[in-house]
Design a protein around this ligand. Structure first.
Ligand code: ATP
Ligand code: MG
Length: 564
């Protein structure tokens, strides 16, 4: 189930692109390419949406076309401007732009209402007075035909009268609906007289109290594409079975040859991740995470705060490609994409997460040397920086062991290591807390002839440690994030179960971490590689005097090891 496909299996262009380029060759739509990204403003965008965005905007870009942003805001109960704003911000962040073409399904409420009236007049729609549960029980099953509603042959005049009165607010919510008169015995359940309008009295975030009836998504989506002149309507596979109904509506509506072409592709699912907006909202509302932009969330704002770059997300989408089969992609592929990107981008720095003080006894008290370090061996243009070295430094607690096993090439009594960029030190002793057994200080000597880059630095040792000068260190809080779920397929479990699959270790907060002084001025979203540890990004809550770093990803895939 994991890792649906590998890079080398990816066809050079997707089947979707093939369709588009064929349509262009055939001269369809006068050579126009026009796509749209149609989010419902009822939640924040997630990495799955990124897959759709990259395709919708990407195809338009590649073929000299246009891509609209259209908010599918047909349900006033769940929608909010907060979501509209965040969606726009996230699409821009990903690197795409809809120019002036920001549309809303609600822009077409008038046209859709008129179209519904037209259908009624042509005997193709009727008002049904039955409650929703009765209507759905009459729908039958895929192997059994549906039953006609007793209101199906209501006279046109009566239908018109009732529909207008529904919109005037005369009837209660749920007491009546408008249905399209299509085919109660169609093998496609969506064709069995679908509901196309319902009464909702909650004000709409844009049209406020103008309407009391609202079109169903299925009655708005395809027609909105048509109104906007969309040539290729790209959507996820679950809409494949809706296509005949969309076509039916367009057949009733269109005046010429033009119709949008719907092409479906597989949804993005990721291991250890849940993508349902409804469940993500529950996690937020129940306080299981700290908001939509919690760095453990698969939302674009969460990934951004975690330290993901737009480039890494676009690269990931490129790697997985588009197919016609539902599958689950391995989240480690996403992690791989950000590691690769940050490897090129992120300057290397020293940060010590669990500090242990090392005192270099033969180093002159009060002496400070500036040692030169390369910012990024992958990118010379990032230059070098000077880092202060002094008699007392911090190293990681687990870089010292009192009784090391074989092949522990770090610090232990009698052993030598290099402090990266500085000197080779040798451990001569340590102080241990008798009660707790904790190592409190380590005592070393240094060899003055071993300064890195110096003439006599040929002496070799196996281990090299990162360090921070105690006197110059800046305190920091570090938030270690891990996968939010510890089950590979949390979304595939029973409704309520996913809460039990939350990884209790998905967030560890470390305080009193020590980072090198060059980080004192780091700004939110600045990205670094803490050497030997991983990639870290400055959090929004970080202040000059209270630095906070989020771990984006470790240097290696530790989960791969665990699973083996
Ligand atoms: P809802 O259940 O609320 O409809 P949705 O995930 O379908 O949720 P939309 O806002 O309707 O959300 O999605 C906007 C567009 O993004 C749609 O075209 C949809 O097909 C696409 N999309 C949503 N989720 C994914 C996903 N996981 N992978 C790829 N595309 C997705
Ligand atoms: Mg949807």
């Amino acid at each position: 189930m994991a890792e649906e496909k590998k890079e080398e299996q990816k066809p050079s262009i997707s089947f979707i692109e093939q369709f588009i380029s064929d349509d262009l060759k055939e001269g369809k739509n006068d050579g126009r390419i026009h796509t749209r990204f149609p989010p419902e403003p009822n939640g924040y965008l997630h990495i799955g949406h990124a897959k759709a965005i990259c395709l919708d905007f990407g195809m338009a870009q590649k073929y000299g076309g246009k891509c609209n942003l259209r908010f599918d805001d047909t349900n006033p109960i769940k929608e909010d401007v907060e979501y509209v704003d965040s969606i726009k911000e996230d699409i821009h962040w990903l690197g795409f732009d809809w120019e002036e073409r920001e549309y809303y399904a609600s822009d077409y409420f008038g046209k859709l209402f008129d179209f519904a009236v037209d259908l009624i007049k042509r005997g193709l729609a009727y008002v049904d007075d039955q409650p929703a549960d009765i209507i759905s029980s009459q729908k039958g099953t895929p192997s059994q035909p549906g039953m006609e509603s007793p209101f199906r042959s209501r006279p046109v005049k009566e239908n018109l009268n009732l529909f207008f009165r529904m919109n005037e607010g005369e009837f209660e919510e749920g007491s009546r609906v408008l249905r399209a008169k299509v085919d109660m015995i169609s093998p496609n359940m969506h064709m069995r007289d679908p509901i196309i309008y319902r009464i909702i009295k909650t004000p709409h975030h844009r049209t406020e109290n103008k309407w009391m009836v609202y079109p169903m998504y299925d009655f708005a989506h395809g027609q909105s594409d048509y109104f906007e002149g969309i040539t290729h309507s790209l959507c996820t596979l679950e809409f494949e079975v809706h296509r005949p109904l969309y076509d039916w509506f367009i057949d009733q509506l269109k005046t010429g040859d033009y119709r949008p072409r719907q092409i479906e592709f597989n949804r993005l699912n990721l291991t250890y991740t849940m993508m349902s907006k409804r469940k993500l909202l529950e996690l937020v509302q129940e306080g299981k995470v700290n908001g939509w932009d919690d760095p453990r969330m698969p939302t674009l704002c969460g990934l951004r705060r975690r330290g993901y770059t737009p480039e890494s997300i676009r690269r990931f989408v490129d790697l997985i490609g588009y197919t016609k089969v539902e599958a689950i992609n391995d989240v480690s592929l996403l992690e791989h994409a950000i590691r690769e990107d940050l490897n090129m981008r992120a300057p290397r720095v020293f940060g010590v997460l669990n500090p242990l003080k090392v005192i270099i006894r033969n180093y002159p008290e009060g002496q400070i040397e500036e040692v030169e370090l390369i910012n990024n061996p992958e990118d010379e243009s990032q230059g070098k920086r000077m880092v202060p070295f002094s008699r007392e430094v911090y190293i990681e607690q687990d870089d010292f062991m009192e009784n090391p096993p074989n092949k522990f090439f770090r610090l232990a009594p009698g052993m030598e290591v290099r402090l990266k960029g500085a000197y080779i030190i040798k451990c001569e002793g340590f102080k241990k807390n008798e009660k707790t057994g904790a190592i409190e200080e380590v005592y070393c000597t240094y060899d003055p002839d071993t300064r890195s880059g110096g003439k006599t630095s040929e002496k070799k040792v196996k281990g090299t440690l990162h360090w921070v000068s105690a006197e110059h260190a800046v305190d920091a809080e570090v938030r270690l994030y891990d996968r939010l779920f510890n089950h590979e397929d949390p979304a595939g479990q029973k409704e309520d179960d996913y809460r039990k699959l939350l990884n209790p270790g998905s967030l560890k907060v470390l305080t009193g971490c020590k980072v090198e002084p060059s980080l004192a001025e780091a700004k939110p979203l600045d990205k670094f590689q803490f050497q030997r540890l991983g990639y870290f990004c400055v959090d929004y809550d970080s202040k000059h005097d209270k630095l906070i770093f989020n771990r984006t990803v470790g240097l290696k895939d530790t989960w791969a090891k665990v699973n083996k």
